[in-house]
Ligand binder design. Structure first.
Ligand SMILES: [Zn+2]
Length: 64
């Protein structure tokens, strides 16, 4: 399996939807735990990297 790379500001498309219905999360902080914010409801959460990576479908780099 490829290593998934993402950075602060990237939008992650997830395999599993957030309870609010959105399937995209914005990366707020990286590290061993990743802080992400739901792009629809705005809720932020901290998820262990290993758990988050298993759930990523696509990484969308928003930087120009
Ligand atoms: Zn949400």
């Amino acid at each position: 399996m490829d290593i998934i790379k993402f950075n602060v500001g990237d939008i992650l498309t997830m395999k599993k939807n957030h309870p609010c219905g959105a399937d995209t999360l914005k990366v707020l902080r990286t590290g061993s735990d990743i802080r992400v914010q739901c792009t629809l409801c705005g809720r932020d959460m901290t998820i262990p990297r290993e758990k988050l990576e298993k759930n990523i479908k696509a990484v969308n780099n928003e930087k120009a």
